[in-house]
Design a binder for this molecule. Structure first.
Ligand SMILES: Cc1cc2nc3c(=O)[nH]c(=O)nc-3n(C[C@H](O)[C@H](O)[C@H](O)COP(=O)(O)OP(=O)(O)OC[C@H]3O[C@@H](n4cnc5c(N)ncnc54)[C@H](O)[C@@H]3O)c2cc1C
Length: 411
């Protein structure tokens, strides 16, 4: 009998647990430890922001998403002691044979002077709902959408957010008295996806009259005078500020001996193994360097995205299953990712490609259209459906759509 403990019940944790449960016999224990009882679907925060969803539409009990033989422990993980093969949660110890760490990334607005929990963001469930209320009453003026630092989750989301804000203010009739600006320390949109995608997104921003300001590193915010101060690049006065706050690994990861000098967990890109035997890290808390582009001064890392958390979870679960069943653990992670990129007006683009491609990632953007927006809605329905008939139904629909459109959606 083996015990597999999964830390975190977000995208990576849920997929790992369900995959393991379908691979292993009942004699093995699959334990998932998660601090929240409810699971919220982060890609839908954008629709919460623009009013297309209400809070209750995008949040479901975590238990409903997990297969029966996954034991869920509702607790906060406070220690990972890999040497002794144990973790502690709410002060209680749990021993494991295999450990999968999928604790995601935390937001740390306090890292930038002038930012705090009251600054608008669509990167949290509460924040997206609050921003919607503000947008409803926004009379027009200067909107600044600011990517405060790297890395951040989902390289496309800030761009989608800016386009949905543009769409919302157009429908509200205040677009003509509004300027929308997007500031980022990146040299182009989604640099990690390569130049082709970056150019495509810049063109869409241009058409929507969203002013794009690359290579702008936010230094601080003066909320009183509504000024953004950039590192060596002057300042900008805003009326409405929407920030993608700095990200950091959860505290329990940062204080563990697995953390690298930035706090994330270094893993082998193919197997997601950490430096400790039978301990794996997947998803946002893992740090995966992109092959062929490793320059310590300008590190290029695999983006933090649900699509990769999902693929990595499957690789790790299958390899743990194989190891337990005495087979060769030979599954490897290939970073073929995709994303439906919301562009407003109920339209979306579809970006896909190989993030491990050389000399740079080969990611393309399919032309923006209605079908990718519908695909994103179906994806949301599939993800939030309870395990069982409804989930299977949406999976079939998505697979059929994927065949018709010829896009590589792997579920
Ligand atoms: C606005 C927005 C839009 C996005 N859109 C997309 C998209 O279109 N496509 C895409 O691929 N990705 C998207 N993402 C990114 C995606 O949501 C994340 O990359 C993905 O959820 C990462 O999965 P994970 O399992 O690593 O972490 P998470 O899903 O964040 O799960 C981590 C879990 O660990 C729990 N946890 C943390 N610390 C503790 C602790 N100490 N004890 C117990 N539990 C703990 C958390 O509560 C959480 O449930 C988006 C993100 C945002 C914010």
């Amino acid at each position: 009998m083996k015990t597999i403990i999964i830390l975190g019940g977000g995208v990576g944790g849920i997929v790992t647990a369900n995959e393991l449960s379908s691979l292993l016999g009942r004699e093995h224990k699959i334990i998932l430890i998660e601090k929240n009882k409810e699971h919220t679907f982060a890609p839908s925060y954008l629709w919460l922001m623009n009013g297309d969803r209400k809070k209750e539409h995008i949040s479901v009990p975590l238990r409903s998403l997990l297969r029966k033989n996954v034991e869920v422990i509702n607790a906060t993980v406070d220690e990972i002691v890999s040497d002794e093969k144990k973790v502690a949660a709410d002060g209680k110890e749990f021993h494991y044979d295999f450990l999968v760490i999928a604790l995601g990334a935390d937001l740390a607005p306090e890292k930038i002077t002038g930012l705090d929990d009251s600054t608008h963001t669509f990167y949290t469930y509460e924040g997206a709902a609050k921003l919607h209320d503000t947008l409803k009453n926004f009379p027009g003026g200067k909107v600044a959408v600011v990517i405060s630092s790297m890395p951040y989750k989902c390289p496309g989301a800030p761009y989608e957010g800016a386009m949905l804000i543009e769409d919302f203010l157009t429908d509200k009739g205040v677009r003509e008295q509004t300027d929308i600006h997007l500031f980022t320390p990146e040299p182009q949109p989604l640099p990690v996806a390569g130049p082709e995608l970056g150019n495509a997104v810049t063109n869409i921003l241009d058409k929507k009259r969203i002013r794009f300001h690359p290579k702008m590193q936010l230094d601080s915010v003066d909320a009183k005078s509504k000024q953004l101060i950039f590192n060596g690049n002057g300042s900008f006065e805003y009326n409405l500020l929407v920030v993608i706050p700095p990200h950091q690994a959860p505290e329990v990861v940062r204080k563990s001996d697995l953390a690298n000098n930035k706090g994330w967990i270094d893993v082998d890109a193919a197997s997601l193994k950490t430096k400790h035997e039978n301990v794996f890290a997947i998803g946002d808390n893992a740090s995966v360097s992109l092959p062929g582009r490793w320059d310590p001064d300008k590190p290029m890392m695999l983006p933090k995205a649900g699509v990769f958390a999902d693929l990595q979870a499957k690789v790790v679960a299958q390899n743990i299953g194989k190891q337990i069943n005495g087979e060769n653990a030979d599954k490897t992670f290939g970073a073929e990712g995709y994303c439906m990129l919301e562009a407003g007006e109920n339209l979306a683009g579809f970006a896909y490609g190989d993030f491990f491609g050389q000399p740079h990632p080969q990611v393309q953007l399919k032309i923006v259209g209605k079908k990718w927006h519908i695909g994103k809605i179906l994806f949301e329905k599939w993800w939030l459906s309870p395990v069982g008939f409804k989930k299977a139904f949406y999976k079939k629909l998505l697979q059929a759509g994927s065949k018709i459109t010829g896009v590589p959606i792997k579920l």
